[in-house]
Design a protein around this ligand. Structure first.
Ligand code: GTP
Ligand code: MG
Length: 367
């Protein structure tokens, strides 16, 4: 860590402390907003330096399959045990920390989809600053389609550390992307429109100024918090769905389970080692990834129901065409669809923007 890094860290710590000790009320909210923006600015500066330092990603694994999920957890949470259980991979398991030092990929075949699952080294406090194999773990999490946070049943409080590390690394797990339109202008100040209940309009303007936006038309579509507005302005956050899973639930009695439930609201309790709720875990992974499986058929023939085309939620006929043949988007005339995305079976659809639904049967007609 260079001298400048140390200075930056010191300054961030100072401001965070100030933020913590400032009572939030009507009189201070503007100052609080400014503090948050200042911290965001410094964090950005740090990230920029860090990413030039990390010239290439030393253990990037090539993505395969229909989607990639990454297992994130403290050392010894049971990530490797779970990977092996889900995919039949053979990642080393041991009772000591930092058993896994590289990214170990496995593939989960589920409901005609193939999901790549990455087992990565344990995440520890300070990972977003590069502690342990932090940067690499964070890089894997940033580019994943799903983050599975695996929590050791005996250390449920660790989930908060992991959430913080992911947040500081610009990853927004299970958060919606704030909708903000910013059109910069040469002069005229800030013209701001939107609904403001989580912060005052005045505060939003101060915050924008701090983030070096002084002349712009800004339209905020949702009712945002200061953090969300900062995220929208910085624009380089990763919005990734996540699952919080408590592992080693075999070590918990009913009361302990209840306590953890109230404390961290996990999505699921499992035991990777004893194969408890692993099937439910597979289903949860599948659901959160939001797959849309489409069966393509040729006119006058039956569809092959064993080989779906696997797409993600929101996919349209255009994507179906693209996957079928390079030329099909250009040559598209119409599609016939049987399934949930249409009113009746065999309906003719003329729009490439038509959204397909899971298990639709699609017949593409081209010129
Ligand atoms: N009781 C219990 N122990 C488990 C369970 N899953 C894993 N373990 C044990 O926890 C220890 C750590 O498991 P690993 O799978 O190596 O953990 P890891 O998260 O990959 O650890 P690192 O690679 O060091 O980050 C091993 O001794 C496992 O046998 C479980 O469901 N219940
Ligand atoms: Mg491991």
């Amino acid at each position: 860590m260079g001298i400048n890094d140390a200075k930056l860290n010191e300054r961030i710590a100072e401001l965070e402390n100030e933020l913590k000790t400032t009572k939030y009320n009507k009189r201070t909210q503007r100052a609080v907003g400014l503090l948050k923006a200042k911290i965001a600015n410094l964090r950005e500066e740090k990230h920029k330096k860090a990413s030039t330092k990390l010239a290439f990603d030393s253990f990037a694994v090539r993505k395969t399959g229909d989607a990639t999920a990454v297992l994130v957890g403290f050392p010894s949470a049971g990530k490797s045990t779970l990977l092996n259980r889900l995919t039949g991979a053979k990642s080393a398991v041991a009772a000591y920390a930092f058993t896994t030092l590289d990214v170990i990929p496995g593939v989960l075949q589920y409901k005609k989809t193939s999901i790549q699952i990455l087992d990565v080294p344990g995440l520890i406090e300070g990972a977003s600053e590069g502690k342990g194999r932090g940067r690499e773990v964070i890089a894997a999490a940033s580019s994943a389609d799903l983050i599975i946070v695996l929590v050791d049943a005996l250390h449920p409080e660790q989930v908060n550390v992991m959430k913080k590390e992911l947040y500081n690394a610009r990853i927004r797990m299970n958060l919606r992307k704030p909708e903000v339109k910013i059109a910069k202008k040469p002069s005229g100040g800030i013209n701001l429109t939107g609904t403001f209940t989580n912060m005052t309009k005045d505060m939003a303007v101060a915050l924008l100024r701090e983030l070096k936006i002084s002349n712009a038309d800004v339209i905020i579509r949702d009712d945002l918090s200061p953090e969300e507005l900062i995220d929208a302005v910085e624009g380089n956050r990763k919005y990734v769905p996540g699952i919080i899973a408590v592992n080693k639930s075999d070590l918990l009695d009913a009361a302990a389970k209840e306590r953890i439930n109230d404390m961290i609201h996990p999505d699921i309790f499992i035991s990777a080692e004893h194969d408890a709720c692993v099937d439910e875990m597979k289903e949860l992974i599948f659901t959160r990834l939001g797959f849309v499986r489409v069966y393509c058929k040729e006119a006058g023939k039956e569809a092959d129901m064993n080989e779906p085309m696997v797409l993600r939620k929101g996919a349209t006929i255009k994507e179906v065409c693209e996957k079928l043949h390079r030329e099909f988007v250009k040559r598209f005339r119409f599609a016939r669809i049987w399934g949930k995305s249409v009113k009746f079976g065999g309906q003719k659809v003329l729009k490439l923007e038509h959204k397909v639904a899971d298990e639709d049967i699609v017949e593409v007609h081209v010129s």
